[in-house]
Design a protein around this ligand. Sequence first.
Ligand code: HPA
Length: 249
Amino acid sequence: MSGALIGVIGGSGMDRLHDMKVLGRQVIPTPFGPPSAPVIHGSLGGGEGFFLARHGSGHTLAPHEVNYRANVWALQSLGIRRIIAINTVGAIRAGLAPGDLLLPDQIVDYTWGRAHTFHDGASGSVLHVDFSEPYSAGLRGMLRLAAGAAEVPLHDGGTYGATQGPRLESRSEIDRMERDGCDVVGMTGMPEAALSRELGLEYASCCVVVNMAAGRGDGSEGIHAEIDRFMDLGMSRVRAVLERLMRDL
Ligand code: HPA
């Protein structure tokens, strides 16, 4: 049954999916150690899916501490073939504002030191996976349709810049990322996307803009106050899209 269902890897703000009904909860051991949290089989607005809290149940894991391999492995071990990642981001590109949703179609990876492949020395195999199109066009299309049906505005396309964190960026780093073509910046997009590709899963990200990136806002409100203010709006939009998607599956 789970083959038809979606796996959602939720980031900061996942606890705001508060009206999700929990149908089951599974602790899944993997060859790479434990995932961030138990996988929750839940129902949201009449549809069902599987949910995994990327930063742990109590939001205790920093982006570089997340066991991305275990998380992706755990979902595929349940038979899940499609993963939707929820990623909070800062806006770099003009025209994006806090509270907006964006479906990226490209990624630039600035992270380092994370376990980023299933095919390392221990596996005894090497794999050079094709990553020209890092996100699944089919799954992005499903998200687009669900957002349209739920009347949630969405920016379709953009480049996600994945930084190491946990600190936020300097203004010059954001300037460099803009020159590199990045539209939004977040800390958790990689290696999750590439690991999902290695396992042959369909993977798409629904980004929630929660602040203007360093040097891009007017600076009148501190970045943390801005994030707090827009997390609720952004996550309520994510919830509406997920509900619609899961109901239509
Ligand atoms: N930078 C990096 N990651 C983020 C940001 C940001 O400004 N906002 C939310 N996640």
